[in-house]
Design a protein around this ligand. Structure first.
Ligand SMILES: Cc1ncc(COP(=O)(O)O)c(C=O)c1O
Length: 346
């Protein structure tokens, strides 16, 4: 377990800039996409960072690769991870790149495409209970038996730093284009990605928001309670956003830096999924589309930040489309018009 400094982690402990520098050339520099239809709906310029096109199909590759590379350099022969799916795929691929053994623990109801990708990368895959604490306990047992360290999916400084590199690329690209971000929106599972986003945005006037599915809102509850607070996650199409509790390290970063949490329901996520597919021809998984759902909700609620003092310029909102690993059946169900959706079995 990673122990946080009571004074709060400093930027040296979670160094997004160093991670971004290392990852440059090691992962895909994913494109930033625009859609006039999405801009119109949001009433803002929306810049979408397409991490669904990342190696391994999600931004989890960044943190997984950065963390595993450092463990390989330290001489470890293997790694262990637990995950709802995408972090397991990332760790499996990273371990293969460095010739390390990988054991990954996933929930019994993990998306088959994520299980298959982890197996194809050569990892030993264990399917256990869908409760995060159960999976962590199994991962710890394996780590004790093998001596291989756990690469936590979000409670790990290198994972947070690696995830943050996606946000840093988006922030810097927006600046280079002369359209600096006013807000940055990311989906939240254990909070690693959005914590990395807060560190990437530090020192700039960017409001960072996290998005949680209704009923999977550990971060919102934790911020209200002042400490990490678990929930019993309800079923959601956003399988990557189901961890039962925000991580300690992400929470310590987020509690003073995050502007707010937006809760969205599955229908809003499905609508964002359809917009991405039909307007941008981009296939995101529901967890990956949740950031856009949150940005649209923010716009509907009239809560987008103003565009700089005294200026008339259009506001710019960055969204990280965090992943694209999704079953064909779910794509068919979500893409269908409402009338057909009721007829397609879940
Ligand atoms: C596609 C996708 N988006 C977002 C998340 C949440 O990331 P984090 O756990 O860093 O909050 C996950 C987690 O698995 C994911 O797979």
């Amino acid at each position: 377990m990673f122990h946080t400094d009571p004074a709060g982690p400093d930027r040296a402990a979670v160094d997004v800039t160093a991670a971004a520098r290392w990852l440059d050339g090691q992962v895909v520099r994913t494109p930033v996409l625009r859609s006039p239809a999405i801009d119109r709906l949001a009433g803002a310029r929306v810049l979408l960072k397409a991490e669904n096109l990342q190696a391994g199909g999600s931004y989890k590759m960044r943190g997984g690769l950065y963390a595993v590379s450092r463990l390989a350099a330290a001489g470890h022969a293997g790694v262990v991870a637990q995950s709802t799916g995408n972090h397991a795929v990332a760790v499996a691929l990273a371990a293969r790149r460095y010739g390390l053994a990988a054991t990954v623990v996933l929930p019994v109801d993990a998306a088959p495409t994520k299980v298959a990708q982890a197996r194809a990368a050569g990892a030993r895959v264990l399917l256990v209970d869908s409760d995060t604490a159960e999976r962590l306990a199994v991962a710890r047992e394996i780590s004790d038996e093998t001596g291989h360290p756990i690469v936590d999916a979000y409670d790990h400084p290198d994972v947070v730093a690696g995830q943050g590199s996606a946000s840093l690329e988006l922030i810097e690209e927006a600046e280079r284009a002369g359209t600096p971000l006013d807000a940055l929106v990311l989906p939240v599972g254990g909070g690693g990605g959005v914590a990395g986003a807060c560190l990437a945005a530090a020192g700039r006037p960017i409001e960072v928001y996290g998005v949680e599915p209704v009923g999977c809102d550990s971060l919102a509850r934790s911020l209200a309670a002042g400490r990490p607070t678990p929930v019993r996650p309800v079923p959601t199409i956003a399988d990557g956003l189901r961890p039962s509790c925000v991580g300690e390290l992400p929470f310590a970063i987020l509690r003073s830096r995050l502007r707010g949490v937006i809760r969205v329901d599955d229908e809003e996520i499905a609508e964002a999924f359809r917009l991405l597919l039909m307007e941008l021809k981009v296939l995101a998984e529901p967890s990956g589309a949740a950031g856009l759902a949150g940005a649209l909700r923010l716009a509907t609620d009239g809560a987008l930040p103003a565009a700089g003092p005294g200026t008339q310029r259009q506001r710019t909102v960055g969204v990280v489309l965090t992943g694209g690993n999704v079953e064909a059946e779910l794509v068919a169900r979500l893409a269908a018009p409402a009338r057909l959706r009721e007829e397609v079995p879940a």
